[in-house]
Design a protein around this ligand. Structure first.
Ligand code: C2E
Ligand code: CA
Ligand code: CA
Length: 399
């Protein structure tokens, strides 16, 4: 994925070369990377692939419908700040701004033409993103305004050679900073006490998505990540159960992935919460296994259904003897404790084949698929089934 967090990117659509050139010159001097086009198709493709942070649009272009372009931006959930540049009637521009806002775009202002260089420079400078710390108040607002979204990474069953589930991974569509990955805000959510709300949002969204796929004939197990802070709340099992009921999905179709460090604290309360989650039907996966502090005794006592081998070991298992041994032992341990094993971070065919040979139950990683939008999942699964018919695992492997 493009690192959207560095650099300010300005995309300009304008059919008057003189304005295109002026904006490019001023914006580059202000530190923007700039793309100028007068072609609506290039414009749309560039917004999708390059994720501009600011968009300047001329609404009056011959042969182009600016309102339609705004609609496309909104459908793509474009997070850029949008500036309209036009010589059109002020009322028309104001309605276009309003329309864009109602569709959820960040419509910032109108820059009437002709424009002066000094005004343009001042306005562009105001759009430069300051490396501001992420604030919990912003996150709270983002949860309320549905500015979080989930991507889903497919999981491959090694024996069946089929996609059997997906892991939901949260992202934050930040108004000024673009798309922020979870590692940059989950710790803050945990510290500020917002994690419960975030988890509620994630499970509701993932459960609704699961129900939608099921209604379309796609029965995928969906995994969500639970923070160690979540299981400090005795009410968690009931909350999650309620969310599933609201969405009309069985808890059994959901796996809760819990990071080892958090899961393994010796705590009666945690045991209580985890056991009740299992009783309600949720599956429990011990995430990032191998990096934390679990003792084998604790592992045996806790009601997990799956061990997820951390990508740190998987990534190096073909080149580092120690990592390979650890992966092997964890797969073996899972089998002996009657848990399923899944390896994350599989980036190439050779690693996949080695894991299959070792008897790993499932894998996940860029080699199969990167995290993708929910809307792309059904087509991905169909295409994978069509092109990978044979079981991935040797036929004689023990189940
Ligand atoms: P995780 O649970 O270990 O999730 C897997 C991470 O590995 C994801 O990063 C995924 O994009 C990445 N990944 C997947 N396949 C590969 C691969 O082949 N190679 C490499 N190098 N990386 C791969 P992402 O989405 O940035 O998530 C990071 C972490 O944020 C997650 O790690 C999880 O601990 C946390 N997280 C994500 N969503 C949520 C959530 O909804 N709630 C909570 N509490 N934590 C979340
Ligand atoms: Ca996970
Ligand atoms: Ca993990």
């Amino acid at each position: 994925m493009i690192d959207i967090l560095c650099g300010d990117r300005l995309l300009v659509i304008d059919d008057e070369p003189i304005y295109g050139k002026l904006i490019k010159k001023v914006a580059e001097a202000s530190g923007f990377e700039v793309v100028v086009t007068d072609d609506p198709v290039i414009f749309v493709t560039t917004t999708r692939l390059w994720h501009p942070t600011v968009i300047m649009m001329d609404l009056n272009m011959p042969g182009t419908d600016g309102i339609q372009l705004l609609r496309t931006l909104a459908a793509d959930q474009c997070a850029a700040d949008v500036v309209l540049t036009s010589g059109a009637d002020a009322k028309v521009l104001e309605s276009a701004m309003q329309l864009g806002r109602e569709r959820g775009l960040s419509m910032t202002e109108v820059l009437p033409k002709p424009m002066r260089t000094a005004t343009l420079r001042a306005r562009l400078d105001s759009f430069r993103r300051m490396p501001k710390p992420l604030l919990s108040a912003d996150l709270a607002a983002a949860i309320a305004a549905e500015r979080l979204f989930l991507e889903y990474q497919p999981k491959l069953d090694c024996r069946l050679g089929r996609i059997i589930g997906v892991e939901a991974l949260v992202r934050w569509r930040h108004q000024r900073q673009g798309i922020i990955p979870p590692d940059q805000f989950i710790p803050m959510a945990e510290e500020s006490g917002l994690i419960g709300e975030l988890t509620d949002w994630v499970i509701a969204a993932a459960a609704a998505q699961s129900a939608e796929w099921r209604a379309g004939g796609l029965a995928l197990a969906v995994a969500i990540n639970i923070s160690a802070r979540d299981i400090e709340d005795l009410d968690l099992p009931d909350r999650l159960d309620r969310r599933c009921r609201d969405a009309g999905v069985e808890p059994a179709s959901l796996t809760l992935e819990l990071t080892e460090t958090g899961a393994m604290r010796r705590d009666i309360q945690m045991m209580d919460v985890l056991t009740r989650l299992r009783l309600k039907g949720f599956k429990l996966s011990l995430d990032d296994f191998g990096t934390g502090y679990s003792s084998l005794v604790q592992l045996q006592k806790m009601p997990f259904s799956e061990l997820k081998i951390d990508r740190f070991f998987v990534r190096q298992m073909l080149t580092n003897q120690g990592c390979r041994v650890i992966v092997e032992i964890v797969i073996d341990l899972a089998r002996k404790l009657e848990l399923s094993s899944i390896a994350e971070g599989v980036e190439d065919e050779a690693t996949l084949n080695k894991l299959i040979e070792m008897g790993c139950d499932a894998i996940q990683g860029y080699h199969v698929c990167r995290p993708i939008a929910a809307s792309r999942v059904p087509a991905f699964v169909r295409e994978y089934e069509a092109t990978h018919t044979a079981p991935a695992a040797p036929a004689d492997r023990a189940a």
